[in-house]
Design a protein around this ligand. Structure first.
Ligand code: ZN
Ligand code: ZN
Length: 359
């Protein structure tokens, strides 16, 4: 795992060859690529210099996995795409032949490659991608300006897909009228707020420690937002209990990567049959009273990725129809020449999504 292996990696911009494509691959000219929390966890390190990212990492690697582009060229065996088409690509490169994949659990692929982390990603002029991971986004042209906005919005499908998958596929969804709480409103948490609103939550509550992100959460549909730093110890849970008249939350989403704090708070304010969806990736532990899981029939569900189950298809449809409007998530945009600066500036976590305009 990356945080036990890699120390003090450096980031640089340099010339590389245009990737060769296999017969089942597309060569994509990249247009927009988002900076993800995982990318920042490769950029930042702990006191001993180890990267913070706790998943698999293979270096050197071209970073970037939340991207859109235009098909430049297709391999001989590609059937469903043609040059000039606008596409986005899943970042979970599932193998299709391991037992997890053959059981339909693509996100749990035992030989998974992570784009931009274990294989070359999209902060480059060109990237190669297998047809089976690519999705057509031409339909977004009806709603978004095709020069820039379409590619930026399309590059949000990957993080939105992670929230969608956790809440509605792995997590099994919630009933219209439910109370949904989101801890951590970075891009995935913001997507969770927007999806909760859209899926019929009665009350959406968001916690973070950065006011600018909480402002975006309100724009995307949160009814109540709280800055954790302005609350006293343990009072996140008491806010949820007060708002729900003691009933607690039906679904709580951990998108903060701060489980040591958030999970005990969630447990104190969970409804009967309530679910915790654990999306935040961090090598952390949390103390829970397991007996309460039994008495309240609660569940804690871990989730990774966005592949399979039509997740991309559903998200693309919601964006194309305008029902899911996440434009407020993008708060900064840098040209590729300033990418290193963009990483540095993103470390303060004030941004929703910081987008890199590749060309
Ligand atoms: Zn990501
Ligand atoms: Zn597999």
């Amino acid at each position: 795992m990356g945080n036990k292996v890699w120390r003090n990696p450096t980031f640089e911009v340099k010339d590389v060859a245009v990737p060769e494509i296999d017969d089942d691959e597309l060569l994509i000219r990249v247009k927009s690529c988002g900076i993800c929390g995982s990318d920042l966890h490769l950029y930042e390190h702990d006191d001993e210099g180890y990267v913070l990212f706790s998943g698999p990492v293979r270096l050197p690697c071209i970073i970037g996995h939340e991207y859109t582009g235009v098909v430049e060229r297709i391999g001989k065996r590609v059937d469903n795409f043609k040059a000039g088409q606008r596409v986005t690509v899943e970042s979970i490169y599932w193998c299709g032949v391991c037992t997890a994949c053959k059981s339909g659990a693509f996100n749990q692929c035992k030989r998974v490659e992570l784009v931009g982390i274990t294989r070359n990603g999209a902060m480059a002029e060109f990237v190669a991608a297998k047809e089976r991971h690519c999705w057509d986004i031409d339909c977004l042209a009806d709603r978004y300006d095709a020069q820039q906005e379409l590619f930026d919005i399309g590059a949000l499908i990957e993080p939105i897909g992670c929230a969608y998958n956790g809440m509605f596929i792995t997590g099994g969804g919630f009933k219209p009228g439910a109370t949904v709480v989101v801890y951590g409103v970075g891009p995935i948490g913001l997507a969770a707020v927007a999806l909760a609103r859209l899926a019929g939550a009665n009350i959406v509550i968001a916690f973070d420690c950065i006011d600018t992100r909480l402002d975006i959460a309100r724009t995307l549909g949160a009814d109540y937002t709280f800055n954790i730093n302005s609350l006293t110890q343990d009072s996140a849970a008491s806010q949820v209990l007060a708002i729900t008249q003691g009933v607690g939350a039906d679904m709580q989403i951990e998108a903060a990567g701060a489980a040591t704090y958030t999970l005990p708070q969630m447990q104190q304010a969970i409804a009967t049959n309530g679910k915790v969806i654990y999306l935040g990736r961090a090598a952390s532990t949390a103390t829970l009273t397991l007996d309460r899981l039994v008495t309240e029939a609660n569940s804690i569900i871990g989730s990774r990725g966005h592949s399979g189950h039509g997740v991309y298809h559903y998200v693309i449809r919601l964006l194309a129809s305008g029902r899911l409007n996440v434009s407020a998530m993008i708060t900064a945009r840098y040209p590729f020449k300033d990418v290193i600066d963009a990483f540095q500036r993103s470390t303060d976590r004030r941004h929703g999504k910081c987008m890199i305009a590749m060309q």
